[in-house]
Every structure is written in C-alpha cells, then in structure tokens.
Design a protein around this ligand. Structure first.
Ligand code: CA
Length: 226
C-alpha cells in the first residue's frame, strides 16, 4: 500500500513514516498544502494522511478540492484542533476519519486499516492467490501448501501486493512502475524487470505454482499453474 503523508511538522512526519514503513506501507511525505494537492490528485495512493494546518493550502481545502474532482482515495485527517466544529467540517469536507493530535501510533495504524478496508479495498493484513499468501505482519511470502516462506524486500513486497490485488489481470509496465516507484520517477523504470525476476525466483524458492506471466507489449499478469 502506498500512502501520501501531508504533514508539515518534520519530526512528526519522520516518526509516522518510520512506523508505517515498519508495517510495510510505502510512504511519500510532503510538507506543504500545494505538494499535498499535487500528490492527492495523482491518484496513485491507497490512502492519504492529511494535516489541517499547512503552509499554503490547508487540509480542508485540499480535501474539498479532490472530492469535487471525484477522487475517492480514503483520507485520514490529522490535526491539533479537536473542537467539534473542526471535526464536523472535516467530515463534511469528505474525510473518512478524523484523528486529533496528539495521538498514539497504534491509533493511527488502526484508523489507517479501517479506512483502507472501505470500498473495494481488501483487508490489508493478508492477500492470497493460488497456493501463496502475502503476510503484512512479517513481510513474508508463504506457500500454504508446503509451509515454505521467504522474506520480501520493500519493493518486492509492493510489487507482489499489486499482483495479488489484481490476479489474472494484465498490468502494464507503466502502471506497475508508477505504483511502486512513484509517478514522476522515470529513473527507476528499468528496475521493474529486475524486480519481477526477483519475485519469480522467490516464487520458485518456496515451490509455488503461481507465476508472473509476461505478455509482450502489454505487461505482466499473475497466473495459476505451469
Ligand atoms: Ca500542521
């Protein structure tokens, strides 16, 4: 899962990033309202953690703007202001959840799990297809038939997660690169093939029967069987 974190307090931002990355989320931190809006409009995020008071555009305005544009990405509002009025304004602006500061990291994680579970999103803790399961708890890919498992690196995990959320669908190289490496990072583009080969090796290592098929000129898909 890829999370946009819009928070101008550098220390808090760094702390949140650390905790979320420890839970196998990929986090892109931005520190101003304008960067927040740009990121939110990119449509590549599974959730947005949004502070209210920001340099430039404030969180409420960002939220109203993206909702008007039809962007339905789940939003967790984060703010020092815990008054009822702000809470109401946040929810009316289209926030999915509202967490007043100061908060415990466990609360933040719980909120994030709740909002990313809404809509079409599947529960984030485990994803399965064929004989494999991807566990968020320890970042392992396991074969449920023989009990073999292997730890995935962060990018491998991200890539596998996208495949498991879209089994049997051909995913273009552009889509996959964008989701794993970010929409403006073309320097990493060629890494996709490398990481697909890593995942294939690991699927082989745990003796799985699922495979990543390449369709020339189209992209990759996760398939069952030989
Ligand atoms: Ca702030």
């Amino acid at each position: 899962m890829r999370i946009l974190l819009v928070e101008d307090e550098k220390k808090l931002s760094a702390a949140v990033c650390k905790v979320l990355e420890g839970e196998n989320y990929v986090v892109d931190p931005v520190y101003t309202g304008d960067d927040g809006l740009d990121g939110a409009e990119s449509g590549i995020y599974d959730a947005i953690i949004l502070d209210v008071m920001l340099p430039g555009m404030d969180g409420f305005t960002i939220l109203r703007t993206i909702r008007k544009e039809g962007i339905r990405t789940p939003v967790l509002m984060l703010t020092a202001r815990s008054g009822l009025e702000d809470r109401v304004q946040g929810l009316e602006s289209g926030a999915d959840y509202y967490l007043p500061k100061p908060f415990q990291m466990v609360e933040l994680l719980a909120c994030l799990k709740v909002i990313t579970r809404r809509g079409d999103a599947m529960p984030v803790t485990e994803l399965t297809f064929g004989d494999v399961v991807l566990r968020q708890s320890d970042g392992h890919l396991a074969n449920t038939a023989n009990g073999q498992s292997v730890k995935l690196g962060t990018k491998e995990y991200q890539l596998m997660e996208i495949f498991l959320r879209n089994p049997r669908q051909i995913l273009s190289k552009d889509t996959l690169s964008e989701r794993v490496w970010g929409y403006d990072d073309s320097s990493e583009y060629n890494n996709l093939e490398v990481y697909v080969s890593f995942l294939r090796k690991k699927l082989g290592f745990i003796g799985s029967t699922i495979r990543i098929r390449v369709t020339r000129g189209m992209g990759y898909s996760l398939e069952e069987g030989k």
